[in-house]
Design a protein around this ligand. Structure first.
Ligand code: SAM
Length: 231
């Protein structure tokens, strides 16, 4: 899978994308991520990429043309139209289910806004979908883009040791995960549940499923109701 990120702060993205599981996935060619500096595509002699909003008001708006030119360069390089996403607080909120669908796509383009946002006309021209990472506002689209890349990347073949690493986690099947424990078996007088020490795989599985149901009902009754309705 290939992901191209158009941003004013490519170093910010690179810093995260070079570390840990994502960094390894890129080195092992499980995933290609390119960060493009939108400023490299401005024709303004002072390298400007933003201007004041028409109609007045505070803050600056990212101009359409450098973004358009940046996107055109990527499309010309690849030769096909990628799925084009603008990270935006106005978008549909990212879910595990949508991340799964995105992980099946061969090429994604991510546009990160900044300041007051982006000239609407370039969104009309090149964007297929707006995605939000939650109902709150951040200073820029870089963190949301990295959140999206992270959640998509961990479902790509070869990134995690086995598919069960993400299939058995919270949200994949609509429930939250059961509680996890590790050594020591007793800590601060608290014991690890007996069944987990039993070595009886079926009993462990049954306990985990029951715990998943309970945790979801307690912590996210909305998800629990959705799960029951789909059953
Ligand atoms: N004026 C915009 C509004 O009220 O909808 C907010 C602009 S925000 C300060 C700057 C940029 O951060 C946005 O263009 C977007 O790319 C990104 N951003 C902020 N919050 C986001 C969120 N919850 N999800 C995805 N992107 C977000």
């Amino acid at each position: 899978m290939r992901i191209d990120i158009a941003t004013l702060f490519p170093e910010m993205c690179e810093a995260v994308l070079s570390e840990s599981i994502l960094g390894r996935a890129r080195k092992n060619n499980c995933l290609t991520v390119n960060c493009h500096n939108i400023r490299d595509y401005t024709l303004d002699k002072h390298n400007r990429v933003d201007d004041m909003p028409y109609g007045g008001g505070r803050g600056m708006v990212m101009q359409a043309d450098p973004i358009y030119r940046c996107y055109q360069a990527i499309e010309a390089q690849v030769g096909v139209v990628p799925h084009r996403i603008y990270l935006s607080p106005k978008g549909s909120v990212l879910t595990q289910a949508r991340a799964c669908e995105l992980a099946a796509m061969p090429h994604i383009f991510l546009l990160c806004g900044h300041y007051e946002g982006v000239d609407e006309r370039v969104l009309e021209e090149i964007i297929d979908e707006e995605i939000s990472i939650g109902d709150y506002v951040l200073t820029g689209g870089e963190l949301p883009a990295l959140v999206l890349v992270d959640t998509v990347a961990r479902m790509l073949p070869g990134v995690l040791p086995e598919t069960c690493c993400f299939e058995e986690e919270s949200h994949f099947h609509g429930l939250l995960e059961y509680p996890q424990y590790t050594r020591p078996a007793v800590w601060h007088d608290k014991k690890v549940p007996e069944v987990l020490l039993s070595g009886h795989h079926q009993n462990v599985e049954d306990w985990r499923f029951a715990q998943s149901l309970m945790v979801t009902r307690e912590k996210r009754p909305d998800l629990y109701m959705d799960y029951l309705n789909k059953k």
